[in-house]
Ligand binder design. Structure first.
Ligand code: ZN
Length: 142
């Protein structure tokens, strides 16, 4: 089988930050890397899940909502993928800098009632905010 683009990246040199990864079918995949790969520090499963709920909700309520295809976690728990339509790197960076503070202002996890989520008890809002705040500081320095 072909090695897919996300496995062709050298994870030993992949830095924490924001990376535009691939363009396919008019969709650009952005790699939001919160943790250095294989460095022993990973986003907890609960925080990962909560960040998914927070950021998917905020991005889909943003001015760019028509351009958001998908937001979701990497299985390795070092970051997230954001798939967009017709957005360049600078636009996505600005969107994230605007959206993370909105996520940090929420005092409950959107969509976390039993009927809304497949694992509604697996959330950690405080842990998610800690990870997002640290990532926002990374983005401010890009
Ligand atoms: Zn869920």
């Amino acid at each position: 089988m072909d090695k897919i683009p996300s496995f062709q990246k050298n994870h030993d040199t992949l830095a924490v930050g924001l990376h535009a990864q691939t363009d396919a079918n008019g969709i650009t995949t952005f790699d939001l890397r919160l943790k250095k790969p294989n460095a022993g520090d990973y986003i907890s499963p609960k925080a990962l899940h909560t960040i998914e709920h927070l950021m998917a909700t905020v991005l889909r309520n943003s001015a760019a909502k028509e351009n958001i295809v998908y937001f979701g976690p990497m299985g390795c728990r070092t970051g997230f993928y954001l798939l967009t339509l017709r957005m360049d790197y600078a636009q996505v960076l600005a969107l994230l800098k605007d959206s993370i503070p909105v996520a940090l202002s929420l005092d409950e996890v959107p969509g976390s009632r039993r009927e809304e989520c497949g694992n509604y008890l697996e959330h950690d809002l405080a842990g998610a905010k800690k990870e997002l705040a640290a990532y926002l500081a990374v983005l401010e320095n890009l």
